[in-house]
Design a protein around this ligand. Structure first.
Ligand SMILES: [Zn+2]
Length: 323
């Protein structure tokens, strides 16, 4: 098998590696918990995961061209340095240099969500397109902009940080210090917080029983599950979430005119429970605005097709550079 490369999704809890063939298919996988120790321990864990995949695949080492890695936090792809990662508890780690020494293969790194956007663009919903916005909605929110086939980063690497665009200036305080950022309204923790605020205001909901029984704060996942069961408070919360995200997506569409907006990240696992309210809100806006109608069609907003595999596939394709 020529031109096989290995993609690694390095997370705060697990390292997932996959051997990707020339057709962009994951043909062999390996996974292990992320070591809790020093940066060297984590890098050794990554090297072990890669070696395990090579051994399981039955390939000779020479048949593996290179290794691509998606790393959480701030990353410098040019120097191969992991600048800072809250999840991995490290800063200024020479990831590329150390792993190349350990593995004897060229290594390429980029931010984990950017790598997932690349995977989705090359092998998922974005296949065959030239422009796509990948909106990642999880603990944080960020958009990754692929324009004319290339990731647009901006001169400060801040392009797409729409999570900190103010959507409601009377909204809740964001971790960044501002008030009413998209992230403070529609991220996973924000969805849970808005539902909890309604419950604390005395509203009835199946989530009240759940919160009491588990004696822990409710999660966004539970809000979506309750919405799926028809709980009015949860439905209201997911509908609001959809309209906050739709406001941001409307700006992205008007600014960039992308062929497609893809929703990824943990919150996108809620599937149609997230997508439908977003589309409903965008359709209302399109019905009002002649200008927006020229740029928008419901099918131009889609859920990720690759889910968790997007990062492995994207990391593996870092090897064929030009992103
Ligand atoms: Zn913010």
């Amino acid at each position: 098998m020529p031109n096989a490369s290995i993609g690694v999704d390095v997370g705060g809890t697990k390292i997932a590696a996959g051997l990707v063939n020339a057709q962009g298919q994951i043909v062999c996988r390996g996974q292990r918990p992320t070591p809790a120790g020093s940066p060297t321990d984590i890098l050794r864990g990554i090297a072990d995961a890669v070696n395990e995949v090579i051994q399981t695949s039955g390939l000779k080492r020479e048949q593996v061209e290179a290794i691509g890695l998606g790393i959480p936090g701030l990353v410098d792809p040019a120097t191969g340095i992991g600048i800072v990662s809250v999840n991995l508890h490290w800063h200024d780690v020479p990831v590329k240099r150390v792993l190349e020494e350990m593995l004897g293969k060229p290594c390429f790194i980029d931010n984990d969500v950017k790598v997932a956007a690349l995977g989705e663009f090359r092998h998922g919903q974005g296949q065959g397109l030239s422009s796509m916005v990948y909106l990642s909605i999880g603990t944080g929110i960020a958009a990754h902009l692929i324009l004319d086939g290339k990731l647009y980063r901006g001169p400060n690497g801040m392009a797409g940080e729409i999570g900190h665009a103010v959507i409601d200036r009377h909204g809740p305080r964001c971790n960044c210090g501002a008030q009413g950022c998209l992230e403070a309204l529609a991220s996973g923790p924000a969805i849970a917080a808005r539902a909890t605020a309604k419950i604390n205001a005395g509203r009835a909901s199946s989530l009240v029983r759940m919160a009491t029984a588990q004696q822990e704060p409710i999660t966004a996942e539970q809000v979506f599950a309750a919405a799926a069961n028809g709980d009015p408070l949860a439905l209201e919360t997911t509908e609001e979430t959809g309209s906050y995200l739709a406001d941001a997506i409307q700006i992205l569409i008007m600014m960039l005119d992308p062929q497609l907006v893809v929703l990824g990240g943990g919150v996108a696992r809620s599937g149609d429970l997230l997508l439908s309210p977003i589309r409903r809100s965008l359709e209302r806006q399109a019905a009002q605005s002649y200008v927006f109608r020229q740029a928008f069609a419901p099918e131009r907003v889609q859920l990720t097709r690759l889910g968790g595999d997007a990062a492995i596939l994207g990391a593996a394709s870092l090897v064929t550079a030009g992103f």
